[in-house]
Design a binder for this molecule. Sequence first.
Ligand code: FA5
Length: 341
Amino acid sequence: MQALEELQTRAQEELTAAETLEATEAWFRDYLGRNGALTNFLRGLSDLPREQRPEAGRAGNQLKNLLETALHTRQEAIRQQEMEQTLAAEGVDVTMPGRRPTFGKIHPSNQTLREIAQIFGQMGFQVYDSPEVETDENNFGLLNIPPGHPARDMWDTFYTTTPGVILRTHTSPGQIHAMREYCPEPIRVILPGKCYRHEDVSARYDMMFHQVEGLVVGRNVTFSDLKGTLVNFANQMFGEGRSLRFRKSYFPFTEPSVEVDAGCVLCEAKGCRICKNTGWLEILGAGMVHPIVLQNGGYDPAVYSGFAFGMGPERIAMLKYGIDDIRYFFTNDVRFLERVG
Ligand code: FA5
């Protein structure tokens, strides 16, 4: 018992003298660690005469609790002292204004998608959601692009491990979903969403981008309706007077087909890297829905007609905000995300 009292006195004196956390850890090793003095005492209880063991065991455990509590209290005191020293040394200026929180912002692509949806909304278009993971059949076959058709090369994509299931290369397969859902009712929808292409990435082409498909089906829908809709859209999106150019083109799912360019805002139509020195930037493809596609959607092409278009909102944002590289949209550079829009 005398030994235990001496141990207690020594331990308490040394703990009071420990000035740093490291010193308290060394103290712990000396007294409470695996080979510490108190641990050894408790381990040696079995060597004591049987009648002394209970008393010695109780006293040993009591001392263990006492020392553990003392260690905890000492360490807290040292931490507190260290913090006070640091604060005093660094001289915290409590009158300094706080850090401004950074506010999130809608991504430029989504912002453009919303603007597009708003403009078409005013023209009576509803938003129709269709899947990004598509069947080969919807992405190609039902859009009049059978296996082996050369247009498939233009729209090479990413394939899943499930045969016949791919990432869509355009929003056009949504036309099939919408037609099959609404037939025989008239349709006036836009279908926004992400598309994927196995593309040589450049300032104008990314391998993931957005498109907004437009689809109108009804009786007596004409090419004039298509043109009027797109001119009205461009006037609202870019401001009255931005020149728009319709070029004849080819898409297997529209006939006739056009590509529509807007005057390049970056170079004031003088010619630059982005517009490939033409003064024009292609923003969309469009045309009258091909009779085979109408039929695949369930509509009788002798009775119904329709137009469709597919535009790239990133390209539109590039034109509107003078962005010279499409890759900025998805590289998460905060400076870009903060500046645009
Ligand atoms: C199509 O994807 C057709 N589905 C569009 C269409 C719909 C035509 C309905 C007729 C009727 P195209 O591959 O040209 O066509 O793409 C349309 C638009 O998407 C382009 O004008 C461009 O704005 C955008 N786009 C295409 N590829 C990329 C790309 N790699 N990166 C960014 N934008 C792209």
